[in-house]
Design a protein around this ligand. Structure first.
Ligand SMILES: O=C(O)[C@H](O)[C@@H](O)[C@@H](O)[C@H](O)CO
Ligand SMILES: [Mg+2]
Length: 382
């Protein structure tokens, strides 16, 4: 079998679906995107296709090494997201050829169902109480919200109190009937992370995510020494070669690689194994589409230390399309009490509605994240 063509479809809300075709009619799908730089990753995919067309899609490990090592420069969000989407599609092809779900090819199920969580509150953690109430009726009991709005390197007591009050409202409204992670989203700098974590400790969040920016990863260990709140990060780390620094220094209780940013299934299976060796849990990041989620689930069902899965149903980014809009086998993604069963189909287990994808790709908007500024006019981390 030979790879014949790679086609990319930038579609609302902000995803890029990649289709890899072969000379025997088997096609695989992946999701190759960095949110906000879709065209850049798309260009990287088509540059990498020079290494793929004419090759045997079964040789995923060699194709992965060729893409990662063959171009001299390596790593980072653009190249690793391009490789990730291609890797997902190659695993999809392999599973379809062998008529097996990817998790079977990776050693079979380690669990019968996977816990998921749902976002509430949006960019500016607004009315999360109503959001949680609504989602609880859908069976969710675990949520994630942004912990702050713009936050200065040295911010006021009032800013800390506002963040704390919002979390306090959640516990007051729902007690311990629910769990929630708080995403600092990299908005909080090292000087403010410790005081903010201290004030939030009383509410026992499930985790605090990106407590500082990923390039400040050496602070994770210090922050972990100062708080009992489990710390999580990883969506802006792109390979096992980055994660190793975090494992060696410690500080993260949970790592959150994104299966569409950190090199795909091939790479994230390795990251999960490294994490387990350090007794670190894995909770794959996935604010994206159905193929990215299916790739996460392929990992979740084979990694012992996978603890919870982000999924984007109803997420504040999904304007113009919802998680399952491009999926034919929607029922396979049905959640029961927030849990999802293994996708039964071969490969990644997603039947893509190609006609809908092609239609949606016509004139797809270029999504950009907001550019925030502090009161003094300086750029604020979004
Ligand atoms: O935890 C999450 O889902 C992420 O922080 C998410 O908000 C961002 O990755 C966003 O998708 C970037 O455009
Ligand atoms: Mg996050």
């Amino acid at each position: 079998m030979k790879i014949t063509r790679l086609t990319t479809f930038r579609v609302p809300p902000r995803w890029t679906l990649l289709k890899i075709e072969t000379d025997e009619g088997v096609t695989g799908w992946g999701e190759a995107v960095i949110e906000g730089r879709a065209r850049t990753v798309e260009a990287a995919v088509h540059e990498l296709s020079e290494l793929l067309v004419g090759q045997d899609p079964a040789r995923i490990n060699d194709l992965w090494s060729t893409m990662y090592r063959g171009g001299f420069y390596r790593g980072g969000p653009i190249l690793m997201s391009a490789i990730a989407g291609i890797d997902q599609a190659l695993w999809d092809i392999k599973g379809k050829v062998l008529d097996k779900p990817v998790y079977e090819l990776l050693g079979g199920l380690v669990r019968d169902r996977m816990k998921t969580y749902s976002w509430v509150g949006g960019d500016r953690p607004g009315d999360v109480i109503a959001g949680i109430g609504k989602l609880r009726q859908a069976g969710f009991d675990t949520f994630k919200l942004n912990g702050t709005e713009e936050f200065g390197m040295l911010d006021s007591t009032r800013a800390i109190d506002a963040a704390v009050a919002r979390i306090g409202e959640i516990r007051a409204a729902f007690g311990t009937q629910i769990e929630f992670g708080i995403d600092f989203h990299g908005r909080v700098a090292a000087p403010m992370a410790k005081p903010l974590l201290r004030e939030l400790e009383q509410f026992r969040p499930l985790f605090v995510e990106e407590p500082v920016l990923p390039e400040q990863y050496e602070h994770y260990a210090h922050l972990a020494d100062a708080t009992f709140i489990p710390l999580a990060a990883g969506e802006r780390m792109y390979s096992r070669f980055e994660f190793k620094h975090v494992f060696e220094r410690g500080g993260l209780a949970i790592v959150q690689p994104d299966l569409s940013h950190a090199g795909g299934i091939t790479e994230c299976v390795k990251i999960a194994a490294m994490a387990e060796a350090y007794d670190v849990a894995i909770a794959p990041h996935c604010p994206l589409g159905p193929v990215a989620l299916a790739a996460c689930l392929a990992l979740d069902f084979v990694a012992y230390n996978a603890v919870i899965q982000e999924q984007s149903m109803g997420i504040h980014y999904n304007e113009g399309a919802e998680l399952l809009d491009y999926v034919v086998n929607k029922d396979d993604f049905h959640l029961v009490d927030g849990y999802i069963a293994p996708l039964p189909g071969p490969g990644l287990g997603v039947v893509v509605d190609e006609e809908r994808v092609v239609e949606a790709s016509k004139g797809a908007p270029d999504w950009r994240n907001p550019l925030w500024r502090h009161a003094d006019g300086s750029v604020a981390e979004w």
